[in-house]
Design a protein around this ligand. Sequence first.
Ligand SMILES: [Zn+2]
Length: 244
Amino acid sequence: MSDNRGNSRGNGRRSSQGSRKSPGNGRRSGKKKRQAGYRLANVNRGLVILIIIAVILGIYSCAVRGDREIVNVDASEPNIDVQLLDVNPYSRPGTQVNQINGIVVHYTANPGSTAQQNRDYFNGLKDSHETEASSNFIVGLDGEIIQCVPTWEMAYASNERNADTVSIECCHPDESGRFTDDTYRSLVQLTAWLCVKFNLTQDDVIRHYDVTGKDCPKYFVENPEEWEIFKENVGKAIEKSSAE
Ligand SMILES: [Zn+2]
């Protein structure tokens, strides 16, 4: 927008100059040619500016999508802050899991809450008896990972799939349920690492929604193409580690 304004201002100045001094025909036609040249130069400049803007916009839109597509992580073990819940009937029943057939991704549905707060809430259920809920892992807003329940023990997160899956709860800053870049990266790495650990692939990674139809994890339910990209990223991370 500001470029268009600049051009028209330039034209106006030149044409007023032209009307002030116009001594002879020859010189005028020369000036006309020159003005035509200026106009052509202006058009060319305008085109170049448009192309530059288009290229910048193109790169920008790729980058916005791309930060979710090209995640430079592998399937190595991430930093995990192990803070196991106390064994109790409301969040850590202590039930052994015989076989792990999948990874289930969740969102906390509590915008702005931290991994620590969610972990402490789960642990507090032993006293509050409010509900039965927990998760094997929680990924925080800054990408920190807290483990609440050992992978070979059942957590209360994924309904009928509690007994044969590992669950990951993810924190999110707002109602949209979209994860921060840090949360996303840690989630990709943690999921990829768990896949390798339990001999699974990205096709064994599911949403809570795929178990019960619940709107969880909200952003990946409402944006199924982003869910597919996430799984691709997990696959790439697994590949990267198996190639090493
Ligand atoms: Zn869920």
